[in-house]
Design a protein around this ligand. Structure first.
Ligand SMILES: Nc1ncnc2c1ncn2[C@@H]1O[C@H](COP(=O)(O)OP(=O)(O)OP(=O)(O)O)[C@@H](O)[C@H]1O
Ligand SMILES: [Mg+2]
Length: 639
């Protein structure tokens, strides 16, 4: 509940809207009560016989079940002092008003009548009814509209906050959570929370107001009857409480299942090629069917509870109203108008209680959704800027890895790694697969943080500078480049305001320009999701262009040339060669020819540096490098 309120009150305009909602709800309730009152006015055309001829008791007309002839004759004389032999309805009404009606409803009607003259002029009554209907319609629109607006805005803000928070979370988080679940929260949960908010307003603002005021009217109409009805109350509340608990439990299971469901779908889409090549559609289908059936089962169960609450409450409500009617008419000797008004009030009273269960189910779903969403939002990013973090300037001197130790889980992946890359140098990281090369370059932009040791740029530990300035200083071409569903030019400039000329220039340097020109709309061609309409090599060249346009002082390439053909690869090699001296390059390359001119090659095995030096030095001194060189260059010759 606290979470829902936090979500609602984050914004001050929300508070204002909430106030309008509350006012609208109260006016709506009052209008409904006035409507009930009008029923009384319409049915009460004048005092009835037993009321008019009742004996006086304490200055008021008494409530009686029988009238004696002598009392009636005496009353007639009082009503007809001039002995005309007739009395009018008006005279009778005036008499009862003057001496006080025995029941409260009658008194209220008389009071209203003295103001608006309902009995004398039917047009007044019609006008009154129209005004009440209008008040009800307008207040209903206002409170529903403002509630809906708050709900829409809260859901928008939550989705926004959630995404902003996700962006700040470290890589580790995304590796531990499944993407399906995380996306389901943004898409579904925010909406469920907003719906729950509407329901909370109804259950915790409108309903208490309706219940309290209606109860007050009931009490004023007949306190004896109200006490009796109260005894039936637990019969209604009991089942609602039990159902609410069940629904909350099912809601949680359902949301968990939805996460699994999304994951199955996302896996399928991401691995569609593998699924098709292995003809494993049945495997995916089986998983999908399991999740789908389970979801339907849970939905069915939820529907059962959801839908059962209203009939239960309705039956109880009807029983109570019937009891009230019979008891009021026959035991308490209330007149028909009073009993009618009382029963209509009871209906008003039961309406929010009937809805309570349904709205409460929405709230429970919202609470479960809010818990899941805030589970992510409450995670403080482990990698954060320290207080007073400085801005990193473009590289002046060197990048230093000093005795760096790193583990993902329990196993050390990097074990005391040290090396230096001087400004303008090209440093290549070489080693067998799984040696830890990609891990090393991911530590540099602080995607992960080493457990021991230090990485520094120009003598500043990278932990002491802002992440933004650090990442601005590095252009990174990852092992698996990612392209967005946007134009080629947008994919290269990647949200930064580069001119078309700068974009084309970078594409030329990455040897991407040649294939881009051949696309139907050149730089404005739209790429399919994840660049699916490009070859692996083309995707890599775009990713390299994206890094080059950034003009950062450190360029990191992780296997960026692995999908290129020999011609493109040699061109990239030339492009990198052109950059030599102006920017610092840290390159991981499967093809050793790409890095043969590097100023320094660091040979890594099993997270440790085995040797470092130029290609010729390593061929001399490092046997594993020599073997790898011979094998790979031999392979490349065969290519
Ligand atoms: N997110 C992760 N969680 C746990 N272990 C990981 C994770 N990523 C990589 N590893 C492990 O860390 C080790 C080093 O991986 P890394 O990707 O750095 O190797 P690499 O040298 O780049 O290999 P390759 O040449 O195949 O790209 C591997 O043993 C790998 O299993
Ligand atoms: Mg790698």
């Amino acid at each position: 509940m606290k979470l829902l309120l936090t979500a609602a009150l984050q914004n001050r305009t929300h508070l204002l809207l909430l106030i309008y909602t509350v006012i609208g709800m109260c006016l709506f309730t009052l209008a409904s009560q006035l409507e009930v009152f009008s029923i009384g006015v319409m049915t009460k055309k004048g005092p009835d016989f037993f009321e008019l001829f009742a004996p006086m008791e304490g200055g008021q007309l008494a409530k009686v079940e029988q009238v004696e002839a002598s009392t009636a004759q005496a009353r007639w004389k009082e009503l007809d002092p001039q002995n005309k032999g007739v009395i009018t309805k008006q005279e009778a009404a005036d008499f009862v008003r003057a001496h006080g009606s025995p029941d409260r409803v009658g008194q209220a009607i008389q009071y209203a009548d003295s103001w608006f003259n309902f009995n004398g002029n039917i047009a007044n009554l019609a006008l009154f009814l129209i005004c009440v209907a209008l008040l009800k319609a307008v207040s209903q629109f206002i409170h529903r509209y403002t509630t809906r607006t708050v709900a829409i805005r809260v859901s928008r803000d939550l989705r926004q906050q959630y995404f902003e928070h996700l962006q700040a979370l470290p890589m580790e988080f995304f590796q531990k959570h499944d993407i399906g679940g995380l996306s389901a929260r943004a898409v579904g949960d925010a909406g469920v929370i907003a719906q729950a908010l509407t329901s909370s307003l109804i259950n915790f603002v409108q309903s208490p107001f309706v219940i309290a005021t209606t109860l007050l009217w009931c009490f004023l109409t007949s306190w004896q009857l109200t006490l009796l009805i109260f005894c039936g109350f637990p019969l209604i509340i009991g089942p609602i409480y039990l159902i609410a608990r069940k629904v909350k439990k099912i809601a949680k299971q359902l949301q968990k299942n939805q996460e699994g469901f999304s994951s199955v779908l996302i896996d399928f889409f991401a691995g569609i090629q593998t699924v098709k090549v292995f003809a494993m559609e049945d495997f995916s289908l089986k998983k999908y069917r399991e999740q789908n059936t389970r979801m339907a089962d849970l939905e069915q169960k939820s529907a059962r509870y959801d839908l059962s609450s209203r009939p239960i409450v309705h039956t109880m409500g009807v029983l109570c109203v019937a009891t009230a009617m019979l008891y009021g008419l026959h035991v308490l000797q209330m007149n028909v108008t009073s009993v009618l008004v009382y029963c209509a009030l009871l209906y008003l009273f039961y309406e929010p209680i009937k809805k309570f269960a349904e709205e409460n189910n929405n709230i429970q779903r919202g609470v479960a959704a809010a818990e899941r969403m805030y589970e992510v939002m409450d995670i403080t990013p482990q990698i954060q800027d320290v207080e007073g973090a400085s801005e990193l300037k473009p590289l002046q001197d060197s990048v230093v890895f000093d005795d760096v130790w790193f583990k993902y889980d329990d196993q050390w992946i990097l074990k005391g790694l040290s090396f230096t890359a001087k400004k303008g140098q090209t440093v290549a990281l070489v080693g067998p697969t799984g040696a830890g090369k990609s891990t090393i370059v991911q530590l540099l932009p602080r995607l992960y943080e080493p457990q021991k040791g230090e990485i520094s740029i120009d003598g500043h530990n990278i932990n002491t500078v802002t992440q933004r300035s650090l990442r601005d200083a590095i252009a990174f071409v990852p092992q698996k480049p990612f392209l967005f569903m946007d134009t080629v030019a947008e994919n290269i400039s990647f949200g930064r305001p580069f001119t078309r000329k700068q974009v084309i220039d970078a594409a030329r340097r990455a040897y991407a320009d040649e294939f881009i020109q051949e696309l139907p709309e050149g730089y404005d061609s739209f790429l399919a999701e994840a660049g699916k309409n490009l070859s692996g090599g083309q995707q890599q060249r775009l990713a390299i262009a994206r890094a080059l346009v950034k003009d950062a002082s450190i360029l990191v390439l992780d296997e960026a040339t692995s999908s290129l053909d020999n011609v493109s690869e040699s061109r990239i090699k030339r492009a990198l060669h052109d950059l030599h001296g102006s920017i610092t390059q840290i390159i991981i390359a499967h093809r050793l020819t790409t890095i043969e001119d590097a100023d320094k090659i660091v040979f890594i095995d099993n997270g440790k540096k085995i040797a470092e030096g130029t290609k010729d030095e390593l061929l001399e001194s490092c046997l594993p490098f020599k073997l790898m060189w011979e094998m790979r260059t031999h392979d490349e010759e065969l290519d």
